[in-house]
Design a protein around this ligand. Sequence first.
Ligand code: 5GP
Ligand code: ZN
Length: 112
Amino acid sequence: MADDCLFCSVVAGEVPATRLREDDDTLVFADIDPQAPVHVLVIPKRHSRDIAELAADAADSAAVLRAVAAYVRDQGLTDYRVVFNTGAGVGQTVFHVHAHVLAGRPMTWPPG
Ligand code: 5GP
Ligand code: ZN
């Protein structure tokens, strides 16, 4: 667990969250400020700050993608967007890597 990391605190149960799916390595929970009818965050339980750090851990990289796939499969979602904001300049505000999974409304491309 990293010091002063909000999502490490969510993993530890110190910050309440709507936990939707969980295994030894990953957690799926509802975003507190949803931007679509479905908006969940998929994180590795072990702290990585961004996808570059996550990529250095092959097991956690695969675990996060498997958790995304399992969540959308269980929800019956066929059309969804997966976003890793990386760096403050494009909107990353929590520096514990997380995949946003968004669905349930039309989406434009390119994103804003
Ligand atoms: P980022 O901007 O880093 O890509 O995404 C951070 C996300 O975390 C945002 O969508 C924001 O709404 C969400 N978030 C921030 N604080 C909390 C919290 O305390 N609980 C939950 N469930 N989501 C949070
Ligand atoms: Zn963390």
